[in-house]
Design a protein around this ligand. Structure first.
Ligand code: IMP
Ligand code: MG
Length: 179
């Protein structure tokens, strides 16, 4: 089945905003990290993989790239259950500055979960860079998003890493799906 897709955020708007965000992040961490003590950047798979790949190339600092995978949607357009962690960051972030790159803040459950999990590993600081923040009433108190690219309305979005049933992640723009 194919859906009608409406562009919400164009490729050029995304790229322009990512350059700005990269500068902000670089400025914020410039005097905090070094080659001996790089910024630990964790890209949350799979949704933030495209955003993360573009964003890290705009961060002009020594960084140590990691990945983690959290599953919360299971092929539906609404959250089905509590988030679950797959590939874990087992250790090695103690006393590091950590920046988590995530695709979207919807109910907030995933970020709260990630924050709880990583805080236990005792980083020196923990911040979030999020591509999209949905305008909704959150079900949980969410962590502060230090680096945010866009606010969006409460619609299901796809593209630029975000999927619907695992499809559409490779769209170069962000769209809404009309079902
Ligand atoms: P939350 O836990 O409800 O904040 O949901 C966050 C996760 O759900 C994100 O990491 C996404 O993977 C997924 N998600 C939430 N909203 C959308 C959407 O509109 N399109 C695609 N995935 C979404
Ligand atoms: Mg996700």
């Amino acid at each position: 089945m194919t859906y009608k897709i409406k562009t919400l955020i164009s490729t050029s708007r995304i790229q322009k905003r990512i350059s700005e965000l990269g500068k902000e992040i670089t400025g914020y961490y410039k005097n905090k990290v070094s080659e001996e003590k790089p910024l630990v950047v964790i890209i949350v798979q799979k949704g933030a993989s495209i955003f993360g790949a573009d964003l890290i190339r705009k961060i002009k600092l020594p960084l140590d790239l990691r990945f983690m995978r959290v599953v919360s949607y299971r092929g539906k357009t609404r959250p089905q259950s509590d988030p679950e962690i797959f590939d874990e960051i087992k250790s090695g972030i103690e006393d590091d500055h950590v920046l988590v790159i995530e695709d979207i803040l919807d109910t907030g459950k995933t970020l709260v979960f990630i924050k709880g999990y990583l805080t236990k590993l005792q980083p020196k600081s923990l911040n979030f860079a999020v591509l999209l923040v949905k305008k909704i009433n959150r079900v949980v108190r969410t962590p502060r998003i230090k680096f945010k690219a866009f606010n969006i309305p409460n619609k299901f979005v796809i593209g630029y890493g975000l999927d619907h049933n695992e499809i559409y992640r490779n769209l170069p723009y962000i769209g809404t799906i009309e079902d």
